[in-house]
Ligand binder design. Structure first.
Ligand SMILES: [Zn+2]
Length: 174
């Protein structure tokens, strides 16, 4: 689906120091990101950067392509504490859940997306230790949204188009 950004929202689509997240239609968002073969200092720095940018943008998740790096690293923060997942893979999935989603790369646009309600995820933490999580509800949705980013998929590809709406992402910010 082609998104036409309304005039009132176009300022959110500028990429600068204040808004460092990559926005549509940047091609990096449509690439399939490469697996991380070996975690290096560069990846640690990248993950720190992602956490900072996500927090500054009031996001609950971010994927490396959203900071311009086509590698398989995501950060999720369903609660306060951010969790970094390297090479995350969904191993099991079940159930269905529909909820409204937005995306730091498509600021101001929201709509309903159907996701799996429960998933189990395998990944590595930023030290290279294998981790696995069983997740449901909000956390499971965020992981699915972020892993989609690693495959070049955006929520607008899966959204129920009849539910799309534009609204100010951070009203108290401006
Ligand atoms: Zn997103």
């Amino acid at each position: 689906m082609d998104i036409v950004v309304p005039k009132d929202f176009q300022h959110l689509y500028v990429r600068d120091e204040k808004r460092p997240v990559v926005k549509i239609p940047d091609g990096v968002l449509r690439q399939v990101a490469a697996p991380v073969e070996k975690i290096t200092k560069r990846h640690v720095k990248l993950a720190d950067n992602m956490v900072r940018i996500m927090k500054e943008a009031h996001g609950v998740g971010i994927a490396a392509p959203q900071v311009g790096v086509s590698e398989r690293i995501i950060v999720i923060a369903p609660e306060k504490k951010p969790v970094i997942l390297v090479n995350p893979e969904i191993k099991e999935k079940s159930g269905k859940i529909v909820g409204q989603e937005g995306c730091l790369s498509i600021p101001g646009l929201y709509g309903d997306v159907e996701r799996f309600a429960k998933i189990s995820v395998e990944a590595y933490d930023i030290k290279g230790k294998p981790v696995d999580y069983d997740m449901e509800g909000y956390a499971a949705v965020i992981v699915q949204h972020e892993i989609d980013h690693l495959d070049g998929i955006l929520f607008i590809d899966k959204v129920d188009e009849t539910t799309l709406e534009w609204r100010d992402p951070n009203p108290e910010d401006e």
